[in-house]
Design a binder for this molecule. Structure first.
Ligand code: UDX
Length: 434
């Protein structure tokens, strides 16, 4: 029981497939996109993710992983089938489950013997039962299979570390039958005494949404505190650091910024809020998270806007376009709202990001200027704004930037620098609650 098929080759699918191969399973990653599959079989990943390429190379060398667009063959071959396709937010905020249900359909049409179907995609409570019902409707009565909910908690930019070193493994089941097989493919974690939580399907689905929405709420909370600190003149970094010393709060996810982005927080918060609404459960805290986050994205634009009487002859350099450091992903990035607002008021925009420039060109085309590096971006501009905490922005040659700019405004929307340190170079420093 260690032949694994993974449906979907996004961040979760590829990290899961390569990670399980690294744990010793035989893995085939399946996708209908033949071009993507061809590049993967040549060791080329479709996105930037630190360490994943090396892990892919190692496991290809050991012939533990392959990639195929022959979905039926992969399903026939595997003992355990992971569903790792996207569940993007629909226009109404509800997750689009079409890819999930298509997987269930394909699996139902192709299984001939006992299989374990594992849903790793983040899905609303009750979806795993829908998957079971769909498959049951397509197979013969005698055919036995199990559905398992195994939500993923990896973060983009740290996906390899998070997969290989999870805080816990959640396994939602309807019976004990599949548990041992799932524990076996995660055996290195089990031997490392990583907690394995065995629970029912609905609880496993709810654990995932609850965790992600709480993290999003924590970020939205400290961003609201940063807006208050700006007005009252308190220092948000100190507030956050001292808050975090309370073991009940913890230091992580209390860094103020330009608002959260990514393909998960926004979609998961909207999904849980929709679930509450549909079930007529009053949940204003969950419902307010996105509104609070939208405020923060507008707030960073307002902090730039208030420094200039007329934006028409102003050029702003934006350092960092991805939604966070160590990824090339721009989905829901705060940079999108900020740059669109700057263009709307007639400002000119120069940008630099170590990884996300190709994605930016798809969004803005020739409406903005794409620079070679952070110093090229800062040259001859009226303001520099840091939006993503890439390491190379954490030790800028401030003297060089000060000499090359036309104006003195330094917008540090990740509070990377201390105000005093920046003001020594003659800058007008603008932080977030700092
Ligand atoms: C998140 C969850 O962390 C992960 O467990 C889940 O599996 C997927 O969703 P991800 O979206 O990849 O992971 O990134 P994360 O590191 O959580 O950051 C999300 C957003 O919050 C980013 O925009 C980040 O910049 C922002 N953030 C995070 C802050 O602004 N401040 C913080 O202190 C932490």
């Amino acid at each position: 029981m260690n032949k694994v098929a993974v449906l979907g080759t996004g961040y979760v699918g590829l990290t899961t497939g390569i990670g399980l191969a690294n744990f010793g399973a035989s893995v085939v990653c399946l996708d209908i996109d033949e071009q993507k599959i061809d590049r993967l079989n040549r060791g080329i990943l479709p996105f930037y993710e630190p360490g994943l390429s090396e892990l892919l190379h190692e496991n290809r060398e050991q012939a533990r992983i392959r990639f195929s667009s022959d979905i039926a063959e992969g399903i026939h071959w595997a003992d355990i089938i992971f569903i790792c396709v996207g569940t993007p937010a629909g226009a109404d905020g509800k997750p689009d489950l079409s890819a999930i249900l298509e997987c269930a359909e394909t699996i139902g049409k192709n299984i001939r013997n006992y299989k374990i179907i594992v849903t790793k995609s983040t899905v609303p409570v009750g979806t795993n039962e829908q998957i079971r019902t769909r498959i049951t409707s397509l197979v013969s009565k005698e055919l036995i299979f199990d559905v398992v909910s195994n939500p993923e908690f990896l973060r983009e930019g740290r996906a390899v570390y998070d997969f290989l070193n999870p805080d816990r493994v959640v396994i939602g089941v309807e019976s004990d039958r599949p548990v041992e097989s799932i524990k076996k493919i995660y055996r290195p974690l089990y031997l490392n005494e990583i907690p394995f939580i065995i629970t029912d399907l609905k609880t496993a689905e709810m654990i995932k949404y609850s965790a992600n929405c709480f993290l999003a709420a924590k970020v939205a909370f400290i961003n609201e505190i940063s807006r208050l600190c700006d007005i009252v003149g308190a220092e948000v970094q100190t507030v956050a650091s001292v808050m975090g010393k309370d073991a009940r709060i913890g230091q992580k996810f209390l860094s103020p910024g330009p608002g959260f982005g990514g393909s998960c927080f926004p979609k998961d918060v909207l999904a849980l809020a929709e679930t509450a609404k549909e079930l007529k459960v009053i949940a204003p805290v969950i419902g307010a998270i996105m509104e609070s986050n939208d405020e923060q994205k507008k707030y960073v634009f307002a902090k730039i806007r208030q420094k200039y009487s007329d934006m028409k002859n102003v050029t702003i350099a934006i350092l960092g376009l991805s939604f966070k450091a160590n990824t090339d992903d721009m989905r829901e990035s705060p940079a999108i709202v900020l740059i669109d607002e700057l263009l709307r008021v007639g400002a000119r925009v120069k940008v630099y990001d170590p990884q996300a420039m190709p994605s930016a060109k798809v969004i803005w085309g020739d409406k903005i200027a794409y620079c070679e590096n952070e110093y090229d971006a800062a040259n001859e501009v009226n303001g520099v704004a840091i939006l993503t905490e890439w390491s190379q922005f954490k030790n800028l040659d401030l003297k060089r930037i000060a000499c090359s700019m036309k104006d003195v405004f330094f917008f540090d929307f990740r509070n990377i620098y201390a105000r005093k340190e920046v003001e020594e170079y003659g800058f007008d420093y603008v932080g977030i609650g700092a």
